[in-house]
Design a protein. Structure first.
Length: 398
C-alpha cells in the first residue's frame, strides 16, 4: 500500500477570544517574515553575503528576549519558525528561477500561518497549540489519514479556514485498458479523443458578468470611503464563490478522466500559451487550465497512470488523425473538415485530441518528438516572434 498527501480544507468559526489570538498569530508570522526578508536584503546590499534559515532562527531567538519584542512569545513559536522556513523556501525557489523575488506580506491580503506540529481534529473541533480548547470547525467531508501540518487562513472577506495536509494510505484504481488524448479550449474545458467532452463551468459566464459589474461599481466609489470598503468585500465574496465552484468542477472532471483511462496525453500549457491571444476570459481560463493540468498530473500519479505532456509545438488540429495529412489553411472558424488525402471527416477538436493521444503514445514508446525544455522554449518563442498576426492566430489553434 502506498501513501499520498491529501489536503482537506474546512471552514472554522473561532470565538471572539480565539479570533484575537489568531490575529496575533497572523500578525506575528507576517512580522517575522517581513522583518527577516528586510534583514536578508540589507545583508546582501551590505557585503553580498546571504543569510540562511539558521542565521534567521538564531536572530529570532535573540529578538524574543528583548523587551520590545516580548509580544512574539504570545504565539506558538513553531509557527514563527515555519514562517522563517517559508521565507527560506521563497528564496530557494527564486534562485531556482521557479518564482519571483519574495515580496513583503501585507495585512490587507489573505492572511495565513502554518502549524507544523501537534494538530488534531477532535469531532468538530480543530485543536492547535495555544488553542487546546479547540476551534469550532465545519467538517463537511471526512478526513482520512494522519495530519502532517495545518495552515490557518483568513480570507479578505473575513472568513477563517484551515487546510490540513494529511498522509493517506491509498490504493490505485484498477487498470481500464483505455487511453485518452485531451484537448482543452475556452468553450469546452476538455475534449476527449473518444469524442466526448466536458463543457466549461456553466454558471461562470453569468458570474463573470456580475464580477465585471461589481468591479466597475468599485471604481466609482471614493477611495477610503465606507461604501468602497463594502463594495470591495462584495467583490471578494464573488471571487471566492467563482473560485470554489470552479475548483469543485475541475476536481470532478479530472477525477473522472483519471479513473477511466490508463494513459492520459495532453499538450503542455506553456506551449499552447505562447501562441495565443490574451483577453479576460482567456486569462480566467488559463488559471483554470493550469489547475486542471496539475490535478490531472497528480491524480494520474496517485493511480499509477501514464501521464504524458507533449511539451513541444505540433499541429494537433491541422493534421488528419487518420493519415497524417496537414490541412495548412485550417482557420479557427472551421469546426468540421474533410481530409483531402483520405477523405476522413473530422470534428476539429476531437481530431486534435486524437492526434494528442497518438503523439503521447509515441512519446511513451520512446519514438515521439518530445524535445528538451530549452529547445522547446526557443522554438516556441521564435514561432511567436516571427509570425504575422494572422499566422499567429492560425498557429494558436494549430
Ligand atoms: Zn487523412
Amino acid at each position: 500500500m502506498k501513501t499520498i498527501h491529501k489536503s482537506y480544507k474546512y471552514r472554522i468559526y473561532p470565538s471572539e477570544t480565539q479570533a484575537v489570538l489568531l490575529a496575533k498569530h497572523f500578525g506575528s508570522c507576517r512580522f517575522v517574515f517581513n522583518r527577516f526578508l528586510h534583514t536578508r536584503k540589507e545583508q546582501y546590499a551590505k557585503d553580498k553575503t546571504s543569510l540562511n534559515y539558521y542565521d534567521n532562527a538564531a536572530a529570532l531567538t535573540e529578538l524574543k528576549k528583548t523587551a520590545d519584542f516580548e509580544w512574539l512569545k504570545e504565539v506558538n513559536s513553531q509557527c514563527l519558525q515555519a514562517s522563517l522556513k517559508n521565507l527560506d523556501t521563497a528564496y530557494k525557489h527564486f534562485f531556482k528561477q521557479q518564482n519571483r523575488f519574495p515580496h513583503f506580506k501585507s495585512k490587507y491580503d489573505r492572511q495565513s500561518f502554518k502549524v507544523p506540529q501537534n494538530v488534531s481534529l477532535v469531532g468538530d473541533k480543530l485543536v492547535l497549540p495555544k488553542f487546546r480548547e479547540g476551534i469550532k470547525a465545519k467538517v463537511h467531508r471526512e478526513m482520512e489519514g494522519k495530519i502532517l501540518f495545518a495552515t490557518v487562513l483568513k480570507s479578505t472577506t473575513g472568513k477563517y479556514y484551515v487546510s490540513l495536509t494529511c498522509e493517506v494510505a491509498h490504493s490505485p484504481h484498477a487498470k481500464t485498458g483505455k487511453s485518452v488524448g485531451v484537448d482543452t479550449g475556452i468553450k469546452e474545458l476538455a475534449i476527449l479523443s473518444d469524442g466526448s467532452s466536458y463543457e466549461n463551468i456553466k454558471s461562470l459566464k453569468t458570474k463573470l458578468k456580475r464580477l465585471k459589474y461589481v468591479q466597475r461599481q468599485l471604481s466609482k466609489k471614493q477611495k477610503g470611503s465606507a461604501a468602497r470598503h463594502r463594495q470591495k468585500r462584495k467583490l471578494g465574496v464573488l471571487h471566492e464563490k467563482i473560485s470554489n465552484s470552479r475548483k469543485d468542477y475541475l476536481h470532478k472532471v479530472s477525477s473522472e478522466i483519471v479513473k477511466n483511462h490508463d494513459i492520459i496525453s495532453i499538450e503542455d500549457l506553456a506551449v499552447k500559451n505562447i501562441l495565443k491571444n490574451h483577453c479576460l476570459s482567456q486569462a480566467m481560463s488559463d488559471v483554470s487550465l493550469g489547475a486542471f493540468y496539475a490535478m490531472l498530473e497528480y491524480k494520474a500519479a496517485w493511480h499509477e497512470r501514464d501521464f504524458v505532456k507533449i511539451d513541444r509545438f505540433f499541429p494537433s488540429s491541422k493534421s488528419c488523425s487518420v493519415c497524417g495529412w496537414v490541412k495548412e489553411d485550417l482557420t479557427l472558424s472551421i469546426r468540421k473538415w474533410e481530409c483531402a488525402a483520405c477523405g476522413a471527416h473530422h470534428e476539429r477538436d476531437v481530431n486534435a485530441a486524437k492526434n494528442i493521444l497518438q503523439e503521447g503514445i509515441k512519446i511513451l514508446s520512446g519514438c515521439g518528438t518530445q524535445s528538451d525544455k530549452k529547445q522547446k522554449r526557443d522554438e516556441a518563442l521564435s514561432l511567436g516572434k516571427s509570425a504575422t498576426p494572422e499566422a499567429h492566430k492560425s498557429l494558436a489553434y494549430g
